[in-house]
Design a binder for this molecule. Structure first.
Ligand SMILES: Nc1nc(=O)c2c([nH]1)NC[C@@H]1CN(c3ccc(C(=O)N[C@@H](CCC(=O)O)C(=O)O)cc3)CN21
Ligand SMILES: CC(C)C(=O)C(=O)O
Ligand SMILES: [Mg+2]
Length: 272
């Protein structure tokens, strides 16, 4: 649709990289559906991530592990239909790329072909190097993801801050450089010390996108539903809530229920 509208310039991976060289911070948010993706895109966010956090936020699972490739494609397809300007990145879900590079390529190609998204994200460093290389070689832009990688939660056991130890921090820095060298266009840094984020961001030419990673990442990402305050329970320290939609929505629905019970809705004007 947007290709027919000369007023809207699509954001490419190159535009994202230019933002870092110009010293302009990059804003990113998740979206999983058409209606909210339209709002996020129109508000000027540069990157929309169809995150596998849809597993938690949309489906109510405890972790991101259960969401399937088909379900990710369904969410991505809805988001792509809504977006005119932002770069759309889609998480490859757990189990769709770790096994071998052929499976990774097959999964990434299904996402690109069936949803029309512009790029994919994969969690991990050296462990998934061959898979990322294979996907990149097919011309699919890849965003890396280091630090707290929720798809391997059962390896670590907690959602605590990652890479606090020097050896872990060194591995993360090496992984980040490796991701840049093989051709990733950006890398998410999740829940790591702010000082490490600064060091990684200064060592790379590709942008870092932080979540719980402090102010020195080249961009920031949050889960949209967290930022809007839809979920009252999830409140890690890194989260800033910009609205209380939990309160707004609860009040609106309560008002509706009262009006129905009190025969206040619908009125004569709202009837035929
Ligand atoms: N709604 C939502 N928001 C997210 O940011 C998000 C998801 N879902 N699902 C996938 C991952 C998981 N993420 C998480 C999960 C937990 C913490 C966290 O910090 N939790 C607790 C306990 C931490 C601890 O064990 O020390 C906290 O209080 O901060 C952070 C990011 C980030 N992602
Ligand atoms: C939190 C972001 C980076 C993510 O991977 C997701 O939403 O799935
Ligand atoms: Mg994710």
């Amino acid at each position: 649709m947007s290709v027919h509208n000369p007023d809207i310039k699509r954001i490419t991976t190159h535009v994202i990289q230019e933002l870092k060289s110009k010293g302009e911070k990059i804003s990113a948010l998740t979206a999983y559906d058409y209606s909210l993706a339209r709002l996020v895109d129109a508000a000027g966010v540069e990157i929309i991530l169809v995150g596998d956090s849809a597993s938690n936020v949309m489906a109510g699972h405890e972790t991101t592990l259960p969401i399937t490739l088909d379900q990710m494609i369904y969410h991505a397809t809805s988001v792509v239909r809504a977006v005119k300007r932002a770069l759309v990145v889609v998480d490859l879900p757990f189990g769709s790329y770790q096994g071998n590079s052929s499976e990774a390529l097959r999964s990434a190609i299904r996402i690109m072909k069936e949803s029309g998204a512009h790029s994919v994200k994969m969690e991990g460093g050296l462990e998934v190097r061959e898979s990322i290389i294979r996907v990149l070689s097919a011309g699919v832009p890849v965003m890396g993801h280091l630090g707290l990688t929720p798809q391997s939660i059962y390896k670590f056991g907690t959602y605590a801050v990652r890479a606090k130890e020097e050896t872990e921090a060194q591995k993360l820095l090496e992984d980040a450089k490796m991701l840049e060298n093989i051709g990733c266009f950006a890398v998410v840094l999740e829940k790591i010390p702010a000082a490490l984020t600064k060091q990684v961001s200064e060592s790379l030419t590709i942008p870092t996108i932080g979540i719980g990673a402090g102010p020195d990442a080249d961009g920031q990402i949050l889960v949209l539903h967290d930022l809007l305050g839809i979920n009252k329970e999830f409140k890690p320290r890194f989260l800033r809530r910009y609205a209380d939609l939990h309160g707004v929505i609860t009040q609106a629905i309560g008002h509706y229920v009262d009006d129905v019970k009190d025969r206040e809705f619908p009125s004569k004007e709202e009837a035929y």
